[in-house]
Design a protein around this ligand. Structure first.
Ligand code: NAD
Length: 302
């Protein structure tokens, strides 16, 4: 059996088209578009490339987009003042502070200073709490878990009553996706197990999973014999395992591998996400969706 591929690149296109249409509609009816500010401190090359992609995507879907790029030596209080400025800017619906921040800045303090109603990354404790309560309380589900749930739903996978096993308990992937899948509601209603480094028998838990979500950051951690035949496998892991020369650009690029032994797993699973091209493209897409959602909340058109 060869599993159906759940391609993030295709689902991203579908969702971005939906967002673009909705932005156009809101602009016609209300005369406004979502506003996103990206704050990039310093010149970390990886951060620059992530932010560039976010900006490009924001333009594509018709958002107002502002870039603020203070130098790496900005004082913490000046960065807090900058966030305050955008908290009070009515044309801005989403504030994104690209991480990591320079060492002299307290990351937690900065993220907590963002108005929770503009926290489109969903990392503010208020939004973490809202996510935990679930239902109508949820404002901004964090982007990677939101992307994972969207892929599960759009691939036609039944979640109600499904055994979901999440490998990893980080605040940005494992914990929130586990929480989202156990909520009462569409795309959820699952029975969820979270496994981690202290779990006694990882394999036994994984074998029960109708939906296996792996976010450990360990290349090839999940072995093919751990996969339940016909199950849905979401591989969140992005691991740099080497370098190669790109045929397209002639430049050196990273060889990426997931946490699941993909070639063997695809012969057992019913559906599976590839790495790259799986969960990766979904994160920025969901950031756009959260920013649109923020404007809709403000306009009262949820
Ligand atoms: P993390 O290091 O914060 O957390 C990893 C978790 O996996 C931990 O809770 C740990 O207990 C668990 N773990 C690690 N090794 C394990 C093992 N051998 N057995 C069982 N559990 C184990 O990582 P993270 O930020 O959650 O990211 C996980 C992976 O997902 C990384 O490869 C990261 O690059 C990737 N990621 C991808 C995206 C995306 O595609 N958009 C976004 C976020 C993270």
């Amino acid at each position: 059996m060869t599993a159906k591929l759940i391609k993030g690149t295709e689902i991203r296109e579908e969702i971005l088209e939906e967002i673009t249409a909705e932005v156009k509609d809101i602009k016609e009816k209300h005369g406004v578009v979502p506003g996103l500010v990206t704050i990039l401190v310093g010149e970390n090359p990886a951060s620059i490339s992530y932010v560039t992609l976010k900006i490009k995507t924001a333009h594509r879907v018709g958002f107002k987009e502002i870039q603020d790029s203070p130098s790496a030596d900005i004082a913490e209080e000046d960065l807090l003042a900058l966030i305050d400025k955008y908290n009070n800017d009515d044309t801005i619906n989403g504030i994104l502070v690209q991480l990591p921040l320079p060492k002299h800045i307290d990351e937690k303090k900065i993220l907590n200073a963002i108005d929770p109603d503009k926290d489109v990354d969903g990392f503010h404790p208020v939004n973490v709490g809202r996510l935990m309560i679930g239902g109508d309380e949820v404002r901004f589900p964090p982007c990677t878990p939101a992307g994972i749930q969207e892929m599960i739903v759009r691939s036609g996978t039944e979640t109600s009553g499904a055994e979901v096993v999440v490998v990893g308990r980080s605040n940005i992937v494992g914990k929130p996706i586990a929480n989202m899948m156990l909520q009462k509601g569409p795309g959820a209603n699952s029975t969820v197990t979270v496994v981690h480094t202290r779990t006694k028998d990882l394999a036994e838990h994984c074998k029960r999973a109708d939906i296996l979500i792996v976010a450990a950051g360990v290349p090839g951690l999940v072995k093919p014999e751990w996969i339940k035949p016909g199950s849905c496998v979401i591989d969140v892991g992005v691991n740099r395992v080497g370098e190669k020369i790109s045929e397209k650009t002639g430049k050196k690029i990273a060889i990426l591998q997931g946490d699941v032994d993909f070639d063997a797993a695809k012969e057992i699973a019913g559906s599976i996400t590839p790495v790259p091209g799986g969960v990766g493209p979904m994160t920025i897409t969901m950031l756009m969706r959260n920013t649109l959602k923020s404007l809709k909340f403000k306009l009262g058109i949820q």
